[in-house]
Design a protein around this ligand. Sequence first.
Ligand code: C5P
Length: 403
Amino acid sequence: MSSHEESVLSPRVVVGVSGGIAAYKAVSLVRELVLRGAHVTVIPTASALKFVGMPTWEAISRNPVTADLFDGVAEVRHVALGQQADLIILAPATAHTLASVAGGFAGDLLGTTILASSAPLVIAPAMHTEMWENPAVRANVELLRGRGALIVGPESGALTGDDRGPGRMSEPADIADVALGALVPKTLRGKRVLISVGGTREYLDPVRFIGNRSSGEMGTSLARAALARGAEVTIVHAHFEASLPSGARAVSAPTAQEMHDVMMAEQSSHDIVIMAAAVADWRVREPSEDKISKAGQGDSWSPDLVRTPDILRELGEHKTPSQLLVGFAAETDADEKVREQSARTKRETKGADVIVLNQVGRKIGFGTLDTAVTLISASPQSLSFEGSKTSVAGRLLDALPEH
Ligand code: C5P
C-alpha cells in the first residue's frame, strides 16, 4: 500500500476536544473514526476534561492521551503530533478555542499541535446561539475558513438549556464524513451516482411483511464513499438500519415495485447506478387491506406469491453505453468457484458492467460491519477486498472500470 493510500484508509487523526457540553458527542465521533479505520489521538483541553475524563478518551481512542504540554518533552510531543497528523479535527470547537486557534495561540498541547501541522483542519463549532452570532466569533470563523479550514455545522436545534437555535454540534457521523472526505481525491467530481439501499418489505397485510436481513450498511457506505470522492449522490432506500449521509438526496421506496419505479425514473439522470439493495423476488399477489386473522386458516396457510420485477435486469436493458451499472450478488455456496461462476453469469444475463459478489450466511455479510467481496467485471481477473464496509466501499469505487 502506498503511503498516500495508507493516509486515506487508516489516517492518523488528531481530535482536539474543547470544553463544551458537546464534548460528550465527541466520544461518539472518536469511536466512529476508529471504526472507520483511523488511528486517533485525542487532545482534550483542560476544560474538556471537566466534561469527559481521560479514561474515556483513552478507552475510546485505543491510544494514550495527554493534555499537558510538558508530557513527552523528550519526544518533542508538542510538535510531533501535529507534524505526523494526516488530519486534525476540532470538535467541539468552543468560542474560546476558535479565538485561540484563529489567533495562533500556543499555550497548550492542542494549540502547538495545530500550529505545527499542515494537515487539513476540520472544525465543528458548538455554542449557544448568541455566542455563535457574536461578531467576534463570526470574524474568527471567517478567518479560519479563509485559511482553508473546513467548518462543519453548527446545526440548529435544542441547546443545553431550554433554548433552541443554531449552535448544536453536528452529528458525529456527519463530521467524520466531511473530515475523512477531505483526504480522498475527488475522482468522482461531476458524476451523479444512484444507489439503492436496504431491504424491501413486501406486505401481506397492513402489519406483516416478507423482508430480509439487509441493514443498508453496504449501500450507505458506498454513498458516503461516493460523496467523499466529489459525486452527487441519490439514495433510493427501502428498510435500513444504518444512518443516511446528510449530503445525499434520499428517496423512499419501501417495496420492490416502488423501488423499481423510482430507479427506472432516476436512471437516465445518473452516470453510475449501483443496486446495493436486497430486493425481494416475490411479493404477495394481493395484500390484504385488513390484518389477516388466523381464525379460519386451519393449520397451514400459504400466501399467493408472484414475482417482483428484476430491477437490475431492467436497468441493464435501458442503460446507455456511457453509464456504468453495478449489481450485487449475495451467494451462499461454500465453493468459491461456483459462487464466482454464478456471479459472472448474473453479470451477463442482467446486463450489468460489474457484479460485486459477497458471500453471505447467518453470521457473515448481512448486518455486520466487516465484509469480504469480489468485484467481477468483463475482465477475466476478479478483484477481492475485505475489511470494514467503509474501507471496502471506497476501494470498490476506486476499482470500478473507466466509463
Ligand atoms: O438475482 P439476484 O437476486 O441474486 O441478483 C442480485 C442483484 O439484483 C442485486 O444487485 C439486487 O439489487 C438486484 N435485484 C433486483 N431486483 C430483484 C432482485 C434482485 O434488482 N427483484
